[in-house]
Write a protein of this length. Structure first.
Length: 286
């Protein structure tokens, strides 16, 4: 009789054959071995299939779909998962060997529905930053800044992922939007330990000022009470929009105003601060 896996791990991948094998092996090498690993190939045109099929491990499954984005691939993986718990990984990142073992222990001890860990984000210049920056160990609440919780750090009870799907229409911050909704219905615990290494690639989905703006417009439309109910999150969004505004003032001045207008919606008091900063710059030029 086939033994059912305790944990289902899902990796969405699109044209990442060059780096995928390390990511896959970091899952298969986990100290917690009662798992299945589902690689969802999101319409790749490279050797992704050959790379996966070249790894000999009965716990590894390869499935393909027409290109629909990482969110659709994750949802597809969830529909195929057999485990009691579900975790996600990315095709170019690495797990520490004891990630699942430690997260499962915390999930069972705290009775949380979702457990996330910290991750080191490695940049192209070799520097690293630990995320999420502003969440300490413990249960996460609406008073916390949710930025920096990546999908590759998530371990959740199966029912969480069956209830809260990823939204393919989100152009950026898909993990942030998912976490926001999940926190409305489920208990989320953040570990203080780093268990994931995250590498920013040149084609990373997280890049792009326009995508940032469009994502925050969509969050405003879908969750009009966000700025009141999650004030720390709204403040972080405001800071990012102001950074986008400054960038657009230099590159595309005619588009900069919309960033500032959206920042004012998320944090109405920001207008006065911007006026002071603007006047200070004008004086320094005269």
């Amino acid at each position: 009789m086939e033994t059912m896996p305790e944990v289902s791990v899902i990796i969405p991948s699109y044209n990442r054959a060059a780096v995928l094998e390390k990511s896959v092996r970091s899952v298969l090498a986990q100290s917690f071995a009662a798992l299945e690993l589902i690689v969802v190939d999101d319409g790749s045109t490279d050797e992704t299939k050959q790379v996966v099929e070249g790894i000999r491990d009965p716990r590894l499954r390869y499935v393909s779909q027409q290109n629909a984005g990482a969110c659709a691939a994750r949802n597809h993986g969830v529909s195929l998962a057999r485990g009691k718990y579900i975790a996600f990984h990315d095709s170019d990142d690495l797990w520490h060997k004891d990630k699942l073992e430690k997260q499962l222990k915390v999930l069972q001890e705290t009775h949380a529905d979702i457990v996330v860990c910290k991750m080191n984000q490695y940049r192209s210049d070799g520097t690293a930053v630990c995320y999420p920056k502003r969440i300490r160990e413990g249960f996460v609440s609406s008073q916390d800044d949710l930025f920096g919780i990546g999908t590759q750090t998530i371990l959740a009870r199966r029912e969480v992922l069956e209830t809260i799907k990823f939204l393919p229409e989100m152009p950026r911050y898909q993990d942030l939007e998912w976490t926001y909704r999940a926190l409305q219905k489920f208990k989320l615990y953040c570990m203080g330990e780093v268990l994931v290494d995250y590498f920013i690639g040149a084609d990373s989905i997280s890049r792009g000022t326009d995508k940032m703006y469009n994502a925050f417009v969509l969050l405003k439309k879908m969750y009009p009470t966000l700025r009141q109910t999650f004030p720390a999150l709204a403040l972080h969004i405001t800071r990012d929009l102001l950074a986008g505004w400054r960038e657009m003032v230099r590159k595309k001045p005619q588009e900069s105003r919309k960033y500032l207008a959206l920042a004012r919606w998320y944090f109405p008091g920001v207008g006065a601060c911007v006026r002071v900063l603007t006047r200070g710059r004008e004086r320094s030029r005269s």
